[in-house]
Design a protein around this ligand. Structure first.
Ligand SMILES: NC(=O)c1ccc[n+]([C@@H]2O[C@H](COP(=O)([O-])OP(=O)(O)OC[C@H]3O[C@@H](n4cnc5c(N)ncnc54)[C@H](O)[C@@H]3O)[C@@H](O)[C@H]2O)c1
Length: 589
């Protein structure tokens, strides 16, 4: 492949020839966007270097990948299989390049310290050494705004003078901070000039963690919750703007007009927004409900601790998130905005895609994760509530629809409860005395005159004591309905697939065992109070209760690594970045 030499023309403030660059991690989320931007801009020979050739197959249908395929065919781009742990491979791909853009993976297993250290810190050392060996002049490293945020305090309009937190709570952020330090210290040694970019909360098409996680949370009913007050501000950056910032950095790093080399720059969309407003816009775009229930941050933290405890107790393998859930909780509840003026001034950066357009493009690209049913999207208020469905027909007295009737029923049952359990008599004698009392009252009522002091006394119709055929049928139908539900539940449990049901049954049986261990009176008393309150409360706060249950279930499922199995196969493969051995490796030539 013929690659022209390049030189930066200080007088013209631009490049005189076509330049050659290497995008290390060029098949990842940010790397892929950068590659496409470079190809669209022209004037660049792009070497895509990655340990994966993911989606680089010739039949790839996406527009961006066809751009790359065409560029590979025309010689404007090439692909090289590179592992950053092997310096010789990096040397091979970087030899003769003007600029190296480096982005390491985000989908590292945060529980595997050794692998994280090797990829992030050792990888950065290898890239620096390789750049020196191959005489590369410019290295632009994609860091993250996370390296100045430890979750313990708000950052409002933080600039590059913002001091690093003393201690990181997240291991991968800590390692990233170390890698960033190595890259900056490597500046001006052996002719290499370096620059670090710190984008904040990158989002966009092809992102593998944030939006898929949001969609998953929504499926579990968890996206109804706002952590904290919901008023915290955050900076987000559309991925195309991050790619643009990289090119700005590459073009100014050795211009000697301004001091860029060895520096770090915050990159944002320059449009701070309330964190939860951003989440709401994404969720709404995907057809899900906006979060609306505010939960104190401490409570969410406890739920996270609980889910992690369950994970540790059961020794389950966690689904891989590169940052810890605690870190995400802090991110979601704290202010985190950055002053991007240094990047504007020294790199000449300004966003090329607005936040609004970025959100629209992101939502459109994740349409496969959207909630498809229009009924689910807008809610059907005529539908029976879950409590109603649970009780079946004829038991709506427990839902307090007719308050007078429900209150009368409750009063009669409460008196009966007192009569049978707290009058100091045996059950048989209580029953006999109750029958005697009822007979005496009825008899007395029967002999009353039809008119007492002007008040008409109505006869009790004999039908009052008869059981209607229809009532009998309804009762038997209700019993058979409940019985069939129990059988159906047992059948589903036996399949071993429905974890939610399993945990509900276990919780119920455990509670039952615990209550029975006291006394029958306590059990009956609790059932009575429970029956007249629980269904009513459940119906009123169905979404909140379901959501809280989902929080717990999500933790348990996450611990079991089951969440990923709820997504379509194409998405799970994408999330796992499971490139599969079947994929052909394309080698740099
Ligand atoms: N995604 C975000 O929201 C975000 C935000 C700010 C900063 N960042 C940072 O940007 C960088 C890139 O993020 P991303 O989301 O594009 O990551 P990514 O995981 O999508 O892409 C990384 C690429 O590196 C490749 N890779 C993995 N192991 C490799 C190895 N041993 N050798 C060579 N290549 C290897 C992967 O195949 C992948 O294509 C990361 O450093 C990340 O911390 C990401």
């Amino acid at each position: 492949m013929a690659e022209k030499a390049a030189a930066y023309d200080v007088a013209r403030g631009g490049w005189s020839e076509t330049r050659t660059c290497v995008v290390l991690g060029g098949r990842g989320f940010i790397g892929r966007t950068l590659v496409n931007r470079l190809l669209r801009l022209g004037g660049w020979i792009v070497r895509v270097a990655d340990s994966s050739s993911h989606s680089l197959l010739p039949d790839s249908s996406s527009g961006s990948d066809s751009l790359l395929s065409d560029a590979i065919s025309s010689g404007q781009a090439s692909f090289c299989h590179v592992d950053v742990l092997d310096t010789s491979q990096i040397v091979k791909v970087t030899t003769g390049a003007d600029v190296v853009f480096y982005m390491e993976p985000t989908d590292l297993d945060a529980h595997d310290f050794c692998n994280c250290y090797m990829i992030i810190v050792q990888g950065a050392k290898n890239v620096i050494n390789a750049c020196r060996e191959s005489k590369v002049k410019r290295l632009v490293y994609n860091s993250s705004a996370d390296v100045v945020f430890d979750g313990s305090q708000d950052i409002l309009n933080g600039d590059e003078s913002f001091t690093y937190p003393g201690k990181f709570k997240d291991m991968t952020v800590d390692l990233k901070f170390q890698a960033e330090g190595l890259i900056r210290v490597a500046n001006n040694i052996g002719g290499l000039q370096t620059c670090v970019l710190r984008p904040s909360n990158v989002f966009g098409s092809g992102e593998t963690q944030f939006v898929p996680l949001l969609a998953n949370l929504s499926k579990f009913g968890l996206a109804k919750f706002i952590t904290g007050s919901g008023g915290n501000m955050s900076d987000f950056t559309y991925v195309e703007n991050v790619a643009h910032a990289h090119i700005c950095a590459a073009e100014t790093i050795d211009s000697r007009v301004v001091s860029v080399a060895g520096k770090a720059f915050f990159i944002t969309n320059l449009e701070p927004i309330m964190f939860w407003e951003f989440i709401s816009l994404i969720l709404e775009g995907l057809g899900y409900q906006r979060p609306f229930i505010k939960v104190p941050t401490w409570m969410v933290s406890y739920v996270v601790i609980l889910s992690q405890y369950i994970h540790d107790k059961l020794s389950y393998r966690m689904y891989r998130y590169s940052v810890s859930p605690h870190y995400i909780v802090q991110l979601a509840s704290r202010n985190r905005t950055f002053d991007c003026s240094a990047a504007q001034k020294h790199l000449g950066y300004s966003p090329v895609v607005s936040l609004e357009d970025g959100i629209k493009l992101t939502v459109a690209s994740f349409s496969h994760l959207s909630k498809d049913s229009s009924f689910m999207r807008f809610g059907n208020f005529d539908e029976q509530s879950k409590a109603e469905k649970l009780l079946g027909s004829g038991i709506d007295v427990l839902l307090w629809r007719d308050e007078r009737r429900t209150f009368m029923c409750f009063l009669i049952l409460a008196l009966a409860f007192y009569w049978f359990f707290f009058c100091g008599k045996t059950f048989t004698s209580s029953a006999a005395q109750l029958l005697l009392l009822v007979t005496a009252i009825l008899y007395g009522y029967g002999i009353l005159a039809s008119d007492i002091c002007g008040f008409a006394v109505q006869n009790i119709p004999s039908s009052c004591f008869e059981i209607q055929n229809s009532d009998m049928k309804n009762s038997i139908r209700s019993i058979s309905y409940m019985w069939n539900r129990v059988v159906c539940s047992i059948r589903l449990l036996a399949k071993g697939e429905d974890w939610s049901r399993f945990f509900k049954v276990v919780a119920f049986l455990y509670l039952f065992k615990w209550i029975v261990s006291f006394s029958l009176a306590v059990l009956v008393g609790i059932i009575l109070v429970f029956a007249f309150t629980a269904f009513f409360i459940y119906e009123q706060y169905e979404s909140v209760i379901e959501g809280l249950w989902a929080v717990l279930l999500f933790g348990i499922m996450e611990s079991k690594g089951l969440i990923i199995s709820t997504l379509p196969e194409s998405v799970t493969a994408f999330l796992r970045n499971d490139n599969g051995s079947h994929q052909e490796k394309v080698h740099f030539s």
